[in-house]
Design a protein around this ligand. Structure first.
Ligand code: SAH
Length: 261
């Protein structure tokens, strides 16, 4: 991970360029993939159909990316002002430059973006049927491949955008923040001690623990509960069970008492 000044600012310098996209649904899905990772600059090179309802439907909540999408006629127009471009290709192509994995590509991009004045850079994706042409790839600084099943390495366009965008975000932000499961309050020492005292009393009353020959029962129970890391609520449940047992034992005792009268 690189210490960039401001990852959000850095991501705003990344253009995602889609060349000759045939299915508008893929444009929408790519927009969604981008926005989930904080990318917003989408440039479409002569798409078959755009704007289109299928694109909007697939973008779901990411329509802001579609609204600001730029449509241009050629790749040079899409790359104008960019200092670096990665051409994503599943299949080997004629290419004079370096071929990097998606991760290495993201690391190189993150290094550029971390520079003082972040330059604009581009991630370039080909058309669904045939991918990037050699001529298109030749305009990119590096070729990027997502290592995939050699027998079937061609990802859906939007899926490829997702992987590239995720890797870039991870390269800039590291593991990133994840949501937290709700944390419960741990039981305090004195609550746990009261539980053991209660358990001892009830286990004696029901005959499970013989105070004359206690053996290792209580230490074993302590070990068990220490391992569990009891929460307040759990102590309350166990105390509740013991209290219920106490009631039953008392009733049984009273019954026995009245029978023997
Ligand atoms: N049938 C085309 C692939 C088109 S998929 C071909 O064989 O080349 C649409 C685009 O997604 C590709 O042009 C490429 O930019 C990207 N893509 C899909 N799978 C990829 C992979 N494994 N590595 C890099 N880019 C990939």
């Amino acid at each position: 991970m690189l210490e960039s000044k401001n990852p959000r600012e850095a991501l705003s310098h990344v253009r995602v360029v889609l060349i000759h996209t045939t299915h508008p649904g893929n444009i929408g899905a790519a927009a969604r993939a981008m926005w989930t990772m904080g990318l917003s600059q989408l440039v479409l090179v002569s798409p078959s159909r755009f704007p289109a309802p299928e694109a909007e439907a697939m973008a779901s909540g990411a329509d802001v990316v579609l609204e600001h999408a730029q449509v241009v006629a050629t790749l040079p127009e899409a790359l104008a002002g960019c200092v670096w471009a990665a051409g994503f290709s599943a299949r080997p192509r004629e290419f004079a430059g370096r071929v990097l994995s998606a991760r290495e590509t993201a690391e190189e991009a993150a290094r550029l973006l971390a520079a003082e004045a972040s330059p604009d850079i581009a991630l370039v994706f080909g058309t669904e049927m045939s991918g990037l042409s050699n001529a298109e790839l030749a305009q990119c600084t590096v070729a990027a491949a997502i290592p995939a099943n050699p027998q079937y390495s061609s990802l859906n366009l939007a899926a490829a955008v997702q992987v590239a965008a995720y890797e870039l975000r991870a390269a800039l932000l590291g593991a990133g923040a994840v949501w937290q499961a709700p944390r419960f309050v741990g039981a305090a020492h004195e609550e746990i001690e009261r539980l053991y005292a209660h358990a001892e009393k009830t286990l004696i009353a029901c005959g499970f623990l013989n105070p004359e020959r206690p053996k290792r029962l209580l230490p074993r129970l302590r070990r068990l509960f220490a391992r569990a890391g009891l929460e307040q609520e759990e102590v309350n449940i166990l105390r509740g069970i013991l209290a219920e047992m106490d009631v039953l034992l008392k009733e049984a005792q009273e019954r026995n008492g009245s029978e023997s009268e």
